[in-house]
Design a binder for this molecule. Structure first.
Ligand code: AR6
Length: 197
């Protein structure tokens, strides 16, 4: 795990990190889920495998059960979140997995997609803050299988984070975890362009 950038705002710290979110020590990690919480690929599958030590279908089952209990239906919308226990991820100090669903872009980008993404980023921040957690780590939601442009997702993340930093109560640290080597430069240059690095 490598810290690429660290920024201290008045009451909250932001870290851009390169690594695997399933090995990242934070009170909560966020899953870039689909609306049915079927963890079939990408970071969702990695989290489901790590939590269950190799039985991802079991984590899908558990997630769907929690979805029904917490939301009262069998899918989530952008801006709704579901919490699941960390199971084996608890060993490294993770207390919750927070599932959120970002938009599916398939290479496109527009205001509507951006608004959906903003909701998907803001909801886990608010939930973690409400729970009194101190730290949360995000993957780059929607930038993998859902095909949203990587740089636009990072920009949107930083925009939501900066706005959230003005109302935060409990959270002290927010991390954005970049997974693949080839994405490191893209993420760093967006931060530099925005003037947050
Ligand atoms: N740690 C951190 N980031 C990761 C990891 C990891 N272990 N593995 C992948 N990424 P994606 P999406 C990065 O596809 O685009 C799933 O099937 C990856 O490099 O996981 O929101 C869900 O169930 C990329 O930058 O999520 C949904 O059906 C980022 O995580 C669908 O994919 C997001 O890529 C959601 O697609």
């Amino acid at each position: 795990m490598k810290v690429l950038k660290e920024v201290n705002l008045d009451n909250i710290k932001f870290k851009l990190v390169h690594g695997d979110i399933t090995a990242y020590r934070a009170d909560a990690i966020v899953n870039a889920a689909n609306k049915y919480l079927e963890h079939g690929g990408g970071v969702a599958l990695a989290i489901a495998k790590a939590a269950t030590e190799g039985n991802p279908d079991e984590y899908t089952r558990l997630s769907k059960e929690e979805l029904k209990k917490q939301i009262g239906k069998n899918f989530i919308e952008h801006g709704e979140v579901v919490l699941t226990p960390p199971l084996a991820l608890g060993k490294i100090g993770i207390k919750y997995v927070i599932h959120t669903v970002g938009p599916r872009c398939d290479g496109d980008w527009n205001t509507e997609l951006k608004e959906k993404l903003k909701k998907a980023i803001e909801a886990p921040l608010r939930k973690a803050d409400e729970l009194g957690l101190k730290s949360i780590a995000f993957p780059v939601i929607s930038a993998g299988i859902y095909g949203c442009p990587y740089e636009r997702v990072i920009e949107t993340f930083l925009e939501v984070f900066c706005k959230f930093s003005t109302i935060v109560k409990n959270l002290e640290e927010v991390s954005l975890v970049v997974y693949s080597e080839e994405d490191v430069n893209k993420a760093v240059s967006v931060m530099e362009k925005i003037g947050l690095a």
